[in-house]
Design a protein around this ligand. Structure first.
Ligand SMILES: [Ca+2]
Ligand SMILES: [Ca+2]
Ligand SMILES: [Ca+2]
Ligand SMILES: [Ca+2]
Length: 337
């Protein structure tokens, strides 16, 4: 009898332990999603997260570390979900590649190929050879010694040495639990949960607005208790590029709205640094009074304008719609959100 009673206890303990394990795993998975940039596709139950800008192989290494692979896209619906989850304006590495055998495209996950969405004339294995596919590509044109690309809804093969964010896909809770091993300290969790990033060098907090005109973005910044970003030196600008992306134009707080040609920070801080792209600011046509970063030049080619990404500023037209970088100096300003 005593043995049987002990057995009951043992089972009870086992069930409790299992229950706690499951609860912990579930809780971690939830945290994984919200606090670490993981997103779950409710349709297939898989989890997704962006890497930093990396070469294709580095991005796949990161994916393996996180317990998965660079994303496999099985149908149109999955691709639309990825575009809505991570944005349709930036290029992202997928797991699609022809590294092993030229022209034989396969998913790095080993799954069968059931879908593709190549853009016109892609894959073209251009130049010295392009062996991995990125998504959100809209087209490109070569004009006066520069390539100008724009975002859209198709795939292109690219040099695997190019640096691009990759979408990592993992299956199920166990893997998210593993990712939670890298869970940062609590203050950082709060930061990421709300979309705020803290620059450890100056202690200020930063967050992107939705795509807006400069004036709308400036108003949003004030609502959030700050201003559109002030950039004080090259190091701050590099941190912004690394934190938010070097492949999207963002509004800064630099503007000449009050007096044409007299550029100032909307925060009122003194102008200590500028990084205009050659030929900018040019107050083009109807007037351009707000500065955006990550600009790499514009060329008119066959009656059309093409814009590149790069490490410079441009004054964009007043009806341009970009996301703005909001900066707040006080950490408590973001916890109020
Ligand atoms: Ca190739
Ligand atoms: Ca290509
Ligand atoms: Ca102007
Ligand atoms: Ca301009």
């Amino acid at each position: 009898m005593a043995t049987r009673k002990n057995l009951h206890r043992w089972y009870l303990a086992l069930f409790v332990a299992l229950g706690i394990t499951c609860l912990t795993a579930a809780a971690l998975a939830e945290i994984g999603e919200k606090e670490e940039g993981w997103r779950k596709n409710a349709t297939n139950g898989h989890w997704y997260r962006l890497t930093a800008p990396l070469t294709w192989s580095q991005a796949e290494d990161q994916a393996i570390q996180w317990g998965g692979h660079l994303v496999t896209i099985r149908d149109r619906r999955e691709e639309l979900w990825l575009r809505s989850a991570f944005g349709p304006y930036k290029y992202f590495w997928t797991g699609f590649n022809d590294i092993e055998t030229e022209g034989q495209w396969e998913w790095v996950s080993g799954e069968p190929v059931t879908y593709n969405n190549w853009g016109p004339e892609q894959p073209d294995n251009w130049g010295a050879g392009e062996d991995a596919a990125f998504m959100n590509w809209g087209g490109a044109v070569y004009c006066q010694d520069h390539w100008f690309g724009w975002s859209g809804d198709s795939w292109n093969d690219s040099y695997i040495t190019n640096q691009c964010r990759g979408i990592v896909e993992v299956r199920g809770i166990g893997v998210s639990k593993r990712a939670a091993v890298h869970t940062p300290a609590l203050p950082e969790l709060g930061e990421k949960k709300e979309g705020w990033r803290k620059n450890p060098t100056n202690g200020h907090w930063y967050r992107l607005t939705a795509p807006l005109t400069w004036s709308q973005a400036a108003a949003q910044a004030i609502q959030w208790g700050g201003h559109l970003v002030t950039i004080r030196n090259g190091q701050e600008e590099l941190w912004l590029r690394n934190s938010f992306s070097p492949y999207e134009y963002f509004w800064t707080g630099f503007n000449d709205i009050e007096t044409e040609g007299q550029w100032e920070w909307v925060s009122g801080e003194p102008v200590a640094y500028t990084n205009w792209w050659p030929g900018e600011p040019n107050d083009y046509e109807a007037g351009e009074d707000g500065a955006g970063m990550n600009f790499g030049g514009a060329e008119q080619c066959v009656d059309q304008w093409f814009y590149a990404y790069g490490n410079g500023w441009n004054d964009f037209s007043n009806d341009s719609v970009l996301r703005g970088i909001v900066e707040v100096g006080m950490p408590h300003a973001c916890t109020e959100r």
